[in-house]
Write a protein that binds this ligand. Structure first.
Ligand SMILES: *Cc1c(COP(=O)(O)O)cnc(C)c1O
Length: 394
């Protein structure tokens, strides 16, 4: 199959669309429809309706008084994506894309999922709009995440276990794209992060930008000035790019992305094409995407959104790594002193913010995006901590 390279959708050298010709046609049509509807007043009104009435926005920007007191230094605020319906930021994007899908006449939604979080958000959005939903998931992942598979099924979705390749996320993405090429007249591919070929990174950023639209208004109300820094974790990069969006053109606000030390695509990656777009990517000796092992399933991805790759290259955003152990400590700390159990993904951002707060002044503020709640992780953390205890007991 010939591969076409499209000039739009670039962030410096990153992004673009490296896909077979027939898929490119489908993506061109998607881009055209997205551009048409994103500024359409009726579309915006309907999106805002669901943000408020279904997701429960706007969510608070909570001052973490106890954490701030304990750490010393800048005031730490938490943007509460954990309070959204379904417990994370992913639903913002799922609702936005499904409204677009409806207007494009799709009667079937497909999506990929790794650990199952995006699959659950997509199945939820399909349930409320009564749209047929198929979720592709690597076979290995369906076995490890049996409860999320059941959750999707409860929501009315069909989960297809992909046993091609290694039976992981990459293979699920490949299956979803091949389904799309065959069924593009009726089917919409609802992609879950700010990755993939154009227009997905731009579209996902658009629907996640609500995070910084709200946080900017909220911090100005509470503090009368912009934050010194915005901190967010980055897997594919959707909650981070949404948290940064309304501050990117304000250089005095530091933008700080946090990756797991076990999957540091921005800190250690090199420019390469994966999943149809160019980004900083972790490669093994043979030049294939490296397997990664973060304790936070949502951060376990060898690539990263193209715009983050560009923000890193230009120096507009800074990226740091946090280890699984540091994240686990932040998970417990925030639970204990603020009564908020964060997702393991978000715990990486909390850990980085605690380091940063100490370096800043008392009248500075930091906004940490709490991308999700940790209920989904409690069982995993239980096993990790219990194992440690057993080791200590000998
Ligand atoms: C999926 C997920 C992430 C990582 O995805 P991004 O696209 O990088 O935002 C982070 N936090 C939570 C809670 C998630 O579910």
């Amino acid at each position: 199959m010939s591969i076409s390279k499209v000039e739009k959708g670039y962030f410096g050298q990153f992004g673009g669309s490296f896909v077979p010709e027939e898929l490119q046609e489908v993506l061109n049509y998607l881009e055209e429809q997205f551009e048409k509807y994103k500024n359409d007043p009726e579309f915006i009104e309907e999106y805002n309706y669901y943000l408020k009435e279904y997701i429960g926005r706007e969510n608070p920007l909570t001052f973490a008084k106890n954490l701030t007191g304990k750490v010393g230094g800048a005031k730490i605020y938490l943007k509460r994506e954990d309070l959204n319906h379904t417990g994370a930021h992913k639903i913002n994007n799922a609702i936005g894309q499904i409204l677009l899908a409806k207007r494009m006449g799709a009667n079937r939604i497909i999506a990929e999922t790794g650990a199952g979080q995006h699959g659950v958000a997509t199945a939820t959005a399909c349930a409320i709009f009564g749209i047929d939903c198929t979720i592709y998931m690597g076979k290995v992942d369906t076995e490890r995440q049996a409860l999320n598979v059941f959750r999707m099924e409860l929501l009315g979705a069909k989960v297809v276990a992909v046993d091609k390749g290694q039976g992981r996320l990459k293979d699920a993405v490949d299956e979803a794209f091949s389904d799309l090429v065959q069924n593009y007249k009726t089917t919409f591919y609802l992609l879950g992060s700010a990755v993939g070929p154009h227009p997905f990174p731009t579209m996902v950023k658009h629907f996640q930008s609500i995070i910084s639209e709200e946080s900017k208004r909220q911090i100005l109300e509470k503090e009368g000035k912009l934050p010194a820094a915005v901190v967010a974790c980055a897997g594919g990069g959707s909650n981070a790019i949404g948290s940064f969006a309304h501050y990117i053109d304000t250089p005095e606000v530091r933008l700080i992305g946090v990756e797991p030390a076990e999957a540091p695509s921005l800190t250690k990656g090199v420019p390469a094409v994966i999943h149809g777009f160019k980004c900083l990517t972790l490669l093994d000796e043979e030049g294939n995407p490296s397997p990664t092992y973060s304790i936070a399933a949502g951060l376990d991805y060898p690539g990263i959104g193209p715009e983050h790759s560009y923000l890193k290259e230009t120096g507009r955003a800074e990226y740091y790594t946090i280890t699984g152990d540091e994240a686990l400590e932040a998970f417990q700390e925030l639970s204990k002193i603020e009564g908020i159990i964060p997702a393991l993904e978000s715990s990486h951002a909390v850990a980085q913010a605690m380091k940063l707060a100490k370096e800043l002044n008392k009248d500075d503020t930091i906004i940490v995006n709490l991308s999700g709640r940790g209920d989904k992780d409690v069982e995993q953390v239980f096993h990790m901590l219990k194992k440690d205890e057993d080791v200590l007991k000998g």
